[in-house]
Write a protein that binds this ligand. Structure first.
Ligand code: ZN
Length: 302
């Protein structure tokens, strides 16, 4: 394999994971390693020291660029949702309205504070160093620790974004000018990337990879909700991308990935004071769909 990787020197702890980020494009689906090797031949991956969350491909230069802020935001998203889910939601069936105080547990509070830091820096376009005293990524964390899970989910989420960009290349997408064209292309790239990662796996592997895919989308959904950006110009709405993509591979409406998604979504809706119906849902999948519906009716900020 001749994939090259450039990592700019920067101050963020997430850059220590840069080599594994680059490998994720291959390691995310070991069953397709031969195919992907051919695909990434001559490809250059650049991890840029950029304070805005970006991921893009230059087809002519065969270069994919992912920014440091994108990695930071994905890591903060993965960590926060995993802490929320594993400490408060896993294994529980919620049948009636319950209040969850996210400040009562110190670790949950720290994880949410970190995610808020990431969202705020992106929305306000300010580049700030990783905050002290909160969770942070590191190489070789204790196996099974929350930092370890966040690292693994970062690798899976970023692999999805990289495969999304590769799909634009493989499907020979052009930079269309019509909104409908670009939306169709984005959807096709999502489905192609998801098929690459989720199309041939089952059980625990499907759980892990689908949570990674959901994390990649939820990182965008969170930014859209906090910026009140409900109708982006060139991409389909992020929450619809999430639901439509997962629906193709996750058929169980009670699947853990739906539980994690809907729990995370509700945190952002509550924070932004977006009201949803106070009723019981048949499944986490159904709740996710209703929350998406509520978001589609929100007035945009601009
Ligand atoms: Zn795209």
């Amino acid at each position: 394999m001749r994939m090259r990787c450039h990592i700019e020197v920067g101050v963020s702890p997430v850059l220590a994971l840069g080599r594994d980020v680059a490998r994720s494009i291959i390691l995310v689906a070991p069953e397709r390693v031969e195919q992907v090797r051919a695909l990434v031949q001559d490809l250059t991956l650049i991890i840029s020291n950029d304070g805005a969350p970006r991921c893009s491909i230059d087809p002519k230069g065969k270069t994919i660029t992912v920014s440091r802020k994108m990695l930071e935001h994905l890591w903060c998203t993965a960590l926060a949702y995993w802490v929320l889910y594993s400490r408060h939601l896993a294994g529980r069936t919620v049948t009636k309205r319950e209040e969850l105080d996210l400040t009562a547990d110190k670790q949950t509070y720290a994880a949410m504070k970190l995610l808020k830091w990431s969202i705020d820096t992106v929305i306000r376009s300010v580049d700030k160093p990783w905050p002290e005293g909160l969770y942070r990524p590191c190489v070789n964390p204790d196996h099974g620790s929350e930092v370890h899970v966040a690292n693994e989910l970062l690798f899976t989420a970023v692999a999805f974004l990289l495969h999304h960009e590769l799909s634009h290349y493989r499907l020979a997408h052009s930079a269309g000018t019509e909104r409908v064209d670009t939306i169709d292309q984005e959807r096709d790239a999502d489905y192609e990337a998801a098929n690459w990662m989720l199309g041939a796996c089952r059980g625990e592997v499907l759980v892990k990879r689908s949570i990674g895919v959901a994390t990649a989308f939820m990182a965008m959904v969170a930014l859209d909700i906090h910026a009140r950006r409900y109708e982006p110009a060139r991409h389909p709405r992020s929450i619809e991308r999430l639901i439509n993509t997962l629906d193709r591979y996750v058929t169980d409406p009670h699947h853990v990935v739906w539980g994690l998604t809907v729990g995370s979504l509700k945190v952002h809706l509550d924070f932004m004071n977006v009201k949803v119906h106070n009723r019981a849902f048949e499944s986490a999948r159904q709740a996710a769909e209703e929350y998406a519906e509520v978001l589609s009716r929100q007035p945009a900020s601009d």
